[in-house]
Design a protein around this ligand. Structure first.
Ligand code: UN1
Length: 500
């Protein structure tokens, strides 16, 4: 069964509107993480030469795309959104098969790309700048956004369509052309998005896709002198290198990196609601979200009760192939990720945290061929422990006791990251203090640490990023340059600051 698929499903790079075999001649299998012997196809393992071709195509397509009025560009984005609506179910199923997230979440991932396309399609008729008075008579001042050129976009596997859309769509509406290097574990979902854009009329060369690893072609993209803007989502370690390399060439660069997101649960929290939030925040997408709730900071009055409820509920979560609609937890992305998660469980045990649930690979007949890891709860975790400080990216949650609000906020902030944070309380004062004092780019009240919507800025502080934001209008600043225009109709030399 697998062999016939293996022979048929060979994918190539998408450059200048054509399928191009990689110059390296090398391909990598794309496997189903729920059933690793199932091969979904082979995708190129490209190198610098392929990146060169793609960048050249994007560079050649730039002048005409830039000259296309933004509302016309936006109409294509809108059409691409409609195409995704029509193909949502098929693309979601394909995503579950290549990434593992359960179908419900895969549909959400496609939906997020749809949302971004519709949101940015509206932006085509706005892209607002400013108009402002001049300090001199018969003179006016205004600002407009200009595209930068070629955008090099490097995306992770955990949101295989949503995150590429966060980058491609604003890049296009601003008038840039694109070279996308999607994660090697989820090439097909990225391609589906690009296919929708192509079918919607985006011209050849405007969006190009090169498949391969970060080392083999992501680095070449970052270093290419004709790429004017880089956007990367991934680990803090790699993001720092990307940022440094881009900085050396003074490129626009946005990096979205790790998180160690905390949910604070105060004694007055609505417990049933909070438990739902904990389960969704910690174990949704098997914890493979940069916004996953990986620390629960719980006030002592409800600590034991919450822990009991959490362990009981988490133990009942159904683990399996995400295509089964009754399954709640899918597999991890690959063996290396599974080993990483298992390694952190060992670290947690050695550090003296109390393992209350899970901690091991799910070893059933129907899961043995996949990368399934049981929902894992560590209690009595101390802030100094590595499992309370480092990003695990798996279904492992650390529960930490705290005395009250001030203590909880101090603990929440005492990590190198600052993506999202949340607090469950019914006390208005506590809620507002937390919203003010939590060091995070996103703060939720009475909701878990996940649930970002595309029309609001997404990103974090400290080790989570470099100060830029994705999504919302804020992301337009990544993909455009402000141009300031002074128009003098006085017919005389007027000197700013001099002729006062
Ligand atoms: C991520 O956590 O990796 O906030 C992205 C959410 C999604 C995006 C998450 N919309 O739940």
């Amino acid at each position: 069964m697998a062999s016939s698929r293996e022979q048929t499903a060979r994918f190539d790079n998408y450059i200048n509107g054509e399928w191009r075999a990689p110059a390296t001649g090398e391909y990598e299998p794309n496997r189903n993480p729920a059933c690793a012997s199932e091969m979904l196809g082979v995708f190129p393992r490209s190198g610098a030469e392929d990146v060169e071709r793609a960048v050249n195509a994007a560079r050649a397509a730039f002048p005409a795309w830039k000259a296309t009025p933004a509302p016309r560009r936006a109409e294509m984005l809108f059409r691409a959104g409609q195409i995704l609506v029509a193909r949502k179910e098929q693309f979601a199923r394909d995503m579950t098969r290549e990434m593992g997230k359960v179908l419900l979440e895969a549909r959400g991932d496609v939906q997020e790309a749809i949302d971004m396309l519709f949101f940015m399609a509206g932006e085509g008729r706005r892209l607002y700048g400013q108009t402002t008075p001049s300090e001199l008579p018969n003179k006016m001042c205004l600002t407009v956004r200009s595209p930068i050129g070629v955008a090099g976009l490097i995306t992770p596997w955990n949101f295989p369509m949503a995150i590429p859309s966060w980058k491609i769509v604003p890049a296009l509406v601003c008038g840039n052309t694109v070279v996308l290097k999607p994660a090697e574990d989820t090439p097909h979902s990225a391609l589906h998005l690009v296919q929708a854009l192509t079918d919607a009329g985006v011209p050849p060369g405007v969006v190009n896709v090169v498949f391969g690893t970060g080392e083999s072609c992501g680095a070449a993209l970052v270093e290419h002198s004709a790429v004017g803007v880089i956007s990367f989502t991934g680990s803090t370690e790699v993001g720092r290198q990307v940022n440094q390399k881009a900085a050396a060439q003074l490129k626009h660069c946005n990096v979205e990196l790790g998180g160690k997101n905390a949910m604070i649960l105060l004694d007055d929290a609505a417990l049933d609601l909070a438990i739902e939030g904990c389960l969704w925040g910690a174990f949704g997408t098997s914890g493979q979200r940069c916004t996953a709730a990986s620390r629960l900071i719980v006030q002592k009055g409800i600590y034991q009760k919450l822990l009991d409820m959490l362990v009981q509920r988490a133990s009942r979560l159904k683990i399996g192939d995400g295509l089964d609609p009754s399954v709640q937890i899918g597999p991890l992305i690959n063996e290396a990720q599974l080993q990483r998660v298992a390694g952190y469980v060992e670290i947690g045990k050695q550090e003296g945290a109390r393992l209350c649930l899970g901690g091991e690979r799910v070893n059933r007949e129907d899961t043995r061929d996949g990368f399934f890891f049981a929902p894992t709860v560590f209690a009595d975790v101390e802030p100094r422990m590595r499992i309370a400080r480092e990003e695990i990216f798996g279904p492992v949650v650390s529960v930490l006791p705290c005395d009250g609000l001030a203590d909880a906020i101090a603990m929440a902030n005492d990590v190198d990251y600052g993506l999202s944070a949340s607090i469950y309380t019914r006390n208005v004062d506590a809620a507002f203090r937390a919203m003010r004092d939590l060091d995070a780019g996103i703060v939720y009240l009475n909701a878990p640490t996940i649930g970002a919507e595309v029309h609001l800025p997404f990103g974090g502080v400290k080790g989570t990023g470099n100060g830029h934001r994705e999504s919302g209008l804020a992301t337009l600043d990544v993909y455009s340059e402000w141009k300031t225009l002074y128009i003098d109709y006085s017919h005389q030399l007027q000197r700013a600051q001099i002729d006062v």
